[in-house]
Design a protein around this ligand. Structure first.
Ligand code: GDP
Length: 322
């Protein structure tokens, strides 16, 4: 393999070359040792992309809706990057079936970049990889980054919370899935999509949601954003315009209320924390390799030390400045 030329790679990504973007995201996924250099080179070019997260139970129509949204945003002239997040899958780099389907529609469009991310087994997992992948796409000049998750598990909820705007999708006829989604996602949703509105029961989902939203509003004082409910038939592209309008309104609301900076701070905090924790873990492993931990553990077993004292000693042994 030729040696890695970080500044050239970043320059090529900024020219919109998909292979350079792909390479940079792979470096993130692989926790490449030169990521520090990569991040330093990317950071001056960041801060422009709007980040939109989509989540909801499997089968609700997230892939279809993402594709619909992609087309609508492209019509508005936006360059769009998509990160499809699957915390449970060992596959990454565009190997998911959904990507192949979408790729056929958007494959030849230079204004679109779609990438699957699966970081099972990686230290720090998605909270490590996702914000850094967003940073790559932001610096590469994508106007919008869509983060789409496969399901509604905790790690997926954590990931979509990194967005400026979080969209929660529901659909009629989803049985328990909807109940589960409703229970955990009301507080993270900035907008709701009731997809499959061509099906019976869509109105019931909308009515239930309205009820929940008005109930929740009584709880959250001072919250002036009212989560919109957009009905869509993603498979036919219906409701795309309304969804884009709702997203734009939320973006304007965030900006007007100083919340956009807050969300971005949250994303940066998550990124910084994941980097710091990863380094801390690596240092601890070094100590472990050097026998520090097992030495301390032996002293705990021998009742010379209590576990908190041993943890203090372990932390004291971490070399500062690393
Ligand atoms: P995901 O698992 O949430 O990503 O869901 P998909 O986007 O893969 O969609 C699941 C299935 O629902 C697919 O067969 C879609 O064609 C179908 N689907 C998506 N949107 C709609 C819709 O608005 N109406 C109907 N009837 N089917 C839809």
């Amino acid at each position: 393999m030729p040696p890695l030329n970080v500044s050239e790679l970043v320059a090529r990504a900024r020219e919109g070359q998909p292979r350079a973007v792909a390479k940079l995201i792979s470096l993130v996924e692989d926790a490449h040792p030169r990521l520090r250099e990569v991040a330093a080179a990317l950071t001056p070019y960041t801060g422009n992309a709007r980040v939109i997260g989509l989540t909801g139970p499997p089968g609700v129509g997230k892939s279809t809706s993402t594709s619909m949204l992609l087309s609508a945003l492209r019509k508005d002239g936006k360059r769009v990057g998509v990160l499809a997040i699957d915390p449970s899958s060992p596959f990454s780099g565009g190997a998911l079936l959904g990507d192949r389907i979408r790729m056929t529609e958007h494959a030849t469009d230079p204004g679109v970049y779609i990438r699957s991310m699966a970081t099972r087994g990686h230290l720090g997992g998605l909270s490590w990889a996702t914000p850094q992948a967003v940073r790559v796409l932001d610096a590469a000049g994508f106007d919008v980054v869509l983060i789409e998750t496969v399901g509604v598990g905790q790690s997926e909820v954590d990931v979509v919370r990194l967005a400026d705007t979080t969209v929660v999708l529901l659909a009629p006829g989803m049985g328990d899935g909807i109940q589960a989604a409703k229970a955990g996602v009301l507080e993270i949703a900035d907008a709701f999509v009731v997809n499959k509105s061509d099906r019976d029961g869509a109105e019931v989902v909308v009515r239930d949601l309205k009820q929940m939203i008005s109930f929740a509003r009584r709880e959250i004082r001072g919250e002036s954003w009212r989560q919109p409910i957009v009905q869509t038939v993603a498979s036919r592209g219906e409701g795309a315009g309304e969804l884009v309008s709702a997203l734009n309104e939320h973006h304007d609301w965030l900006a007007a209320h100083g919340e956009l900076a807050g969300r971005r701070e949250h994303r940066a905090a998550s990124e910084v924390e994941a980097i710091a924790l990863r380094r801390l873990r690596a240092q601890l492993e070094d100590l472990h390799g050097g026998g520090h931990l097992s030495g301390l553990a032996r002293r705990v077993v021998d009742r010379e030390l209590d576990p908190y004292g041993a943890a203090d000693a372990l932390l004291d042994a971490l070399r500062p400045g690393q």
